[in-house]
Ligand binder design. Sequence first.
Ligand code: RET
Length: 278
Amino acid sequence: MKSLGNATFENYVGLDQGLSEMGYQMVAHVLTLGYAVMLAGLFYFILTLKTVAPRFRTSSVLSVVVMVSAFLLLFAQANNWTSSFVFDAERGRYFLGDGQDLFNNGYRYLNWLIDVPMLLFQILFVVTLTTSKFSSIRNQFWFSGAAMIITGYIGQFYEVTNITAFFVWGAISTAFFIHILYLMRKVISEGKQGIPVKAQNTLNAIWGLFLVSWMLYPGAYLMPHLAGLEGVFFSEIGVVGRQITYTIADVLSKVIYGVLLTVVAQTLSKEEGYVEVN
Ligand code: RET
């Protein structure tokens, strides 16, 4: 009898049903796309640094930190994928290789541990808070961001072997997530006060983007259980669906979010009479 310990569902699918050529390649490609976009984003944030007034530049620098860490960790995640499954020519499918590394999404979670606080701090360097204190919001962002990720990281190990533990850790993580959503809403509504309509509209778009893109992560956590255990998603569909969801979420929450913050900073810089000098 083979035992996979606390392995995540991708490995169980890879052990029993295996993965089709299309499913396996789609994941390999989408993971590669993920780190390629981070490298492209890195150049964008460096090259646009001087288009905003100096007081906004910390936001771009934080995007640079996010791009570098995401690039490295997504690269590791992509290699983890290709080293976990091996093609079996007899059966024409990929299976979990004997003695190979198991696949785990843990690289992502630890990447979020760096990126989530950075992404949350970033907006504080673009907006001006009216009633809240910068340091208080920063500390709450940092604390709840880290707590949300660490509890989720522990929970994801149990997605197959201990459903109760999986849901309890997931619920604790969600409590911190709700706190973050509450803080972000407050930051954005304070930030909109007294700034040009154009920048207010971009901040509204940032709030919408934030809500949608951050919700995709708990969606991916729940993926194998979306239609009940052993349901439709406890299969290749779920394995591929989860990696596509993560990649879309990463591009939106790290790159597009950073670009929109740059746009707000550019509008505000122009309004204060900042002109780029070379
Ligand atoms: C977890 C565990 C299940 C419950 C919840 C989660 C939320 C995760 C989020 C992650 C955001 C990550 C970002 C990364 C960017 O680099 C941990 C999946 C609520 C919101 C924005």
